[in-house]
Design a protein around this ligand. Structure first.
Ligand code: NDP
Ligand code: HSE
Length: 434
């Protein structure tokens, strides 16, 4: 079968990531999509700069040539702006092409018009990368939560803003200084006031509110405050009081109507979402059947956003044919592409461990324990000893570095057999998940 041909409008941060991910993961993507996917061309302003990226694709300065190219099946709009992308997207749709866009401003302001045009032409418009970068939150809400009545959602949905607030809190850095870093890292919008004044988050919130509550896109109805007035002092005081300052987008449905607002917010540090730092984003969704669910991941950046662009491309490719084998496969991969990979036994797990020992408080106990661990090749990360008042025995808490579970099992058996250890050794695996 012929490969599916993709044209990119833009080869900047997101465009390059998209070309790279499609090329690096080509065979795995073909296993999922059922067809090979090939980027054939990209439109930019500066051809020399784009050619220096070394992608084996045609580079053009005329984006219209891509949307008019009969060879191209899918157009990815990754250039930003409003008027030009709107006319290009509408023209691509009119030419019968499927469209993916990362442009939240375009969807928030003109989505209603674009979706109507796509429906008329029978093509798909997908926009997962437009909200929360690489997090598949559109899919989660639209498909995964389809059974629920969604009551509210709250999200950290601008990576640049969260990166700035985190750096201010952790390192007391100046606002402007951190913003310059976010721009250099490719996180910020072409006009960074969109990030710091909350406009970008408001674009995204209006999209989330629409798919959560089934309402038309209405960006103008979002109350918007940015983070430009927040100082390092505010962040430090909030921290001392047990709160994190986060820039939140909140959409809530009640009998009275729908609320949509974006503003800086203090959140108790005990909340998971308060600990979402740096460029990471998170969206917490409260629904009636499942209760709260939380979606977390990189909110901006080249490959992270490309992950969402390419996922949309794959969805479109699966839909290109109406044959059932080309719809979303039940087990994610095409049925004939499932592979019998070996499932490892638990002894082969490699993990760090938390151990809690109940030990007699006398000389030599720790020496015995550490000798056993050393013999099994277990390296210690930290040790804590507690002896509550009036207790005969001490509690020893050990954190180890990563080691194979078979070695840890052997060490635990030997430690548990020591006469000075008075209770079962408590073992909990520790995962940094980094
Ligand atoms: P960049 O500025 O890095 O890239 C924009 C690309 O579009 C460049 O290749 C640029 O070419 C090209 N371009 C812009 N205007 C024109 C034009 N008139 N004609 C031809 N080519 C043009 O932007 P990003 O990749 O960061 O962002 C792209 C889109 O993705 C935006 O809508 C943004 O909001 C969205 N987005 C960005 C994320 C991120 O992490 N950066 C995350 C999620 C969404 P040249 O370089 O030659 O000027
Ligand atoms: N400028 C945006 C952000 C890019 O920082 O979140 C991702 O949409």
């Amino acid at each position: 079968m012929n490969s599916v041909k993709v044209g990119l409008l833009g080869l900047g941060t997101v465009g390059q990531g998209t070309a790279r991910v499609l090329s690096d993961n080509a065979s795995e993507i073909a296993r999922r999509a059922g067809r090979h996917i090939q980027v054939v061309s990209a439109a930019v302003r500066d051809v020399e700069k784009a050619e220096a990226q070394g992608f084996n694709i045609t580079i053009l300065t005329d984006p219209q040539a891509i949307v008019d190219d009969p060879e191209i099946d899918i157009v990815c709009e990754l250039m930003g702006g409003i008027d030009l992308p709107l006319s290009l997207v509408l023209r691509a749709i009119d030419n019968g092409k499927h469209v993916i866009t990362a442009n939240k401003a375009l969807i928030a302001l003109h989505g209603n018009q674009i979706f109507a045009a796509a429906a008329k032409k029978g093509v798909t418009v997908a926009f997962e990368p437009a909200v929360a970068g690489g997090i598949p939150v559109i899919k989660a809400i639209r498909e995964g939560l389809a059974a629920n009545n969604i009551q509210w959602l709250a999200g950290i949905i601008n990576g640049t803003g969260n990166f700035i607030l985190t750096e201010m809190r952790n390192h007391g850095r100046d606002f402007e200084d951190v913003l310059a870093d976010a721009q250099a890292l490719g996180y910020a919008e072409a006009d960074p006031t969109f990030d710091v004044e909350g406009i970008d988050a408001a674009h995204k919130l209006s999209i989330l509110a629409s798919i959560a509550f089934g309402i038309p896109l209405q960006f103008d109805a979002v109350y918007t405050e940015g983070i430009s007035e927040i100082t390092s002092k505010d962040v430090a005081y909030a921290d001392e009081l047990g709160y994190s300052v986060k820039h939140l987008g909140i959409a809530r449905k009640s009998e009275e109507g729908v609320q949509m607002r974006v503003h800086p917010t203090l959140i108790p540090k005990s909340r998971l979402i308060a600990n979402v730092d740096g460029v990471m984003n998170a969206v917490l969704v409260q629904s009636d059947a499942v209760g709260p669910t939380l979606y977390y991941g990189a909110g901006a950046g080249s490959d992270a956003t490309a992950s969402a662009v390419v996922a949309d491309v794959i969805d479109v490719v699966r839909l290109l044919s109406a044959a059932p084998e080309n719809s979303v496969p039940y087990l994610a991969f095409q049925p004939n592409e499932l592979r019998d990979l070996t499932v490892l036994p638990p002894e082969k797990i490699v993990s760090a461990y938390y151990l809690r020992l109940q030990a007699e408080d006398k000389p030599g106990v720790m020496a015995d324990v550490t000798r056993i661990l050393a013999d099994q090749g277990v390296s210690l990360k930290s040790i804590l000893q507690k002896k509550p008042e009036g207790e005969e025995t001490a509690e020893v808490i050990l954190l180890t570095h990563r080691v194979e579970e078979s070695s840890m099992n052997a060490a635990i058996d030997q430690i548990g057999a020591l006469a000075t250890i008075t209770d079962k050794v408590q073992r909990i695996r520790v995962e940094a998940l980094d």
